[in-house]
Structures are given as C-alpha cells and as structure tokens.
Design a protein around this ligand. Structure first.
Ligand code: PAF
Length: 280
C-alpha cells in the first residue's frame, strides 16, 4: 500500500493506473477509521480497480467553536486498517499542501446546505464541498464513496457533482451501526459510558419512526412524535429532529416522495447525528 503525502506522488500513481486503463475509487475520510469507513472501502473495491483513501482533518469545515483541534487522529491505526482492507493507497495531505495561504475560492451549494446541520454549522458544507472537489481533482478518481450516516453531506456532494459536471460517480453507502445500534462515528470516542447509553435513544428513535413508516404511516408529525418520544427523555440537547424531502431537503407534512428522517442531538459536549431514509 502506498502512502502518498504529496499531490505530485498521488497524481503520478493514479496516472500510471489510468495508463493501463484502470479505474480509481476514492473514499474521502478525516481518519480515525472504523468499521463504517471499511464498509465504504469494500464498496469502493467493488466499483473500481484501485482504492484510494484520503485522510485529512479538513480545517475549513469546522466552525470556530468546534472540535477541529481535538478531532481524534491515529494515523498508524488508520494505516494498518487500510492495509488489512486491501486499500491501494492512502493520500495523507497536510493543511499546507491543501490550502494556499491566500486560498480564496470556495464551492458553495446554495440550497441543500441551508437546512438541518447547515443551520447551526453555517460554513460546514462549504468546507466539505470545497475539499471534496479538491480531492477529486487531485486524485482524478472515477468513483467516490460517501456514507449515508452523513446523509446531507452525501446529497450535497452528489448535487455539486451534477451541477458542476464533475465526471465522477458518487455512491451513497449504507449507514453502519455499532452492535447496540449507535451510528458509527469517529466522534463516539468522545462519549462517556453514560452518554453512550443516553445516545442510544437516537437509533431507537429512527427505528421506531421507520417501523411506523413501513407499516404505512405517511404523516410526518406522527413519525416525528414517535422519534421525539425516544429522544426527549434521553437527556440530550436537541439540535433538530426533522423529516425532509430527499430532493430539496425541505420539511414535508406528508411523505409522498423519498424522504429523510434526520436527528442531531448533543450528549455532553458531543453532537451526534443519525437518520433513516424513508423510500416511498
Ligand atoms: O465525512 C467526512 O469525513 C468529511 O466530511 C469528508 C467527506 C472527508 C470531507 O472532509
């Protein structure tokens, strides 16, 4: 497995593959890899000849009071997991490599990024879209895989690729959970034991609503009440519990088109998200 620390090395590696007519799938990550990331790698392997994983804690997607400095990092662990998973290369850039000191060009998706996490994290998706386009340009990948745990992010990247005619196939991969139901996230590491227990309310909430939906319930308020009945008593501070259309990420009263039930709740200092896709 190659460790690629420069844009030049990354491009040369990919160009050699392309010359042989071989394709590349990228799994963009911020490192501290877990089973959720490995499930993306597996899908990437099924969809291209080579898999690159980028590991970069992207500063431009963190707000001033967010956890950029303490975001967990463990490159040795990431390297060993990627090795075991049969990844062909890790692109491991530094901030200096990725943003010029006078960087002044941004990718701003103007619609999907205004709701859900975009309300309390106003610069987040601009940073995500910008870094993803940079990673696509650097790695020249044909496929990129994003987890549905960050459902809004995956929808925004797919929209960006469509709107800007980026010649890449975006694959949205299933959300992976811990055995007790908690959605896998590098941030779960911040939770104390009791916060972890409290946070199980999130998966209970989305499962409860999904069960009602599968039984034919189409009223968003009924489904949201069901989700709230799990989350409200759990002791978390709710950022949002919403049902939105997948197309526009705007609230819908009755589910007559593909929708997303999404929740964001803070337990202690840790803000967690979870969701379920409601496919009509
Ligand atoms: O989902 C993440 O880990 C990040 O937002 C991403 C896509 C790697 C961009 O920094």
């Amino acid at each position: 497995m190659k460790i690629l620390r420069s844009i030049e090395d990354t491009r040369a590696t990919v160009q050699a593959w392309h010359k042989k007519g071989e394709t590349v799938a990228l799994v963009p990550t911020m490192g501290y890899l877990h089973q959720g990331h490995l499930s993306l790698v597996k899908i990437a392997k099924e969809n291209a000849d080579h898999v690159l994983v980028s590991v970069f804690v992207n500063p431009t997607q963190f707000g001033p009071n967010e956890d950029f400095d303490k975001y967990p990092r463990d490159f040795e662990h990431d390297e060993s997991l990627c090795n075991q998973a049969g990844v062909d290369g890790i692109f491991y850039p530094t901030k200096e490599l990725t943003y010029a000191e006078d960087h002044s060009t941004w990718v701003q998706e103007e619609n999907l990024s205004k709701t859900l996490c975009g309300v309390t994290r106003p610069i987040h998706f601009r940073g995500v879209a910008t870094v993803c386009l940079k990673l696509f340009n650097i790695t020249q990948c044909q496929v990129a895989v994003f987890g549905r745990k960050d459902a809004q992010q995956a929808l925004i990247i797919a929209r960006m690729v469509r709107d800007l005619n980026v010649p890449i196939k975006i694959i949205k991969a299933p959300l992976i959970r811990e055995e007790d139901g908690l959605a896998r996230s590098s941030r779960n590491k911040y939770l104390s034991k009791s916060e972890h227990q409290q946070a199980l309310a999130l998966s209970r909430a989305v499962f409860k609503a999904k069960k009602l939906f599968d039984a034919g319930e189409r009223s968003s308020s009924v489904l949201l009440d069901a989700a709230h009945s799990e989350i409200d008593p759990s002791g978390g501070i709710i950022d949002y519990v919403e049902i939105m259309s997948q197309r526009a990420l705007r609230p819908i009263a009755t589910i007559t088109e593909p929708a997303l039930l999404a929740v964001a709740v803070k337990y202690g200092k840790t803000r967690l998200i979870d969701n379920v896709f409601l496919e009509v």
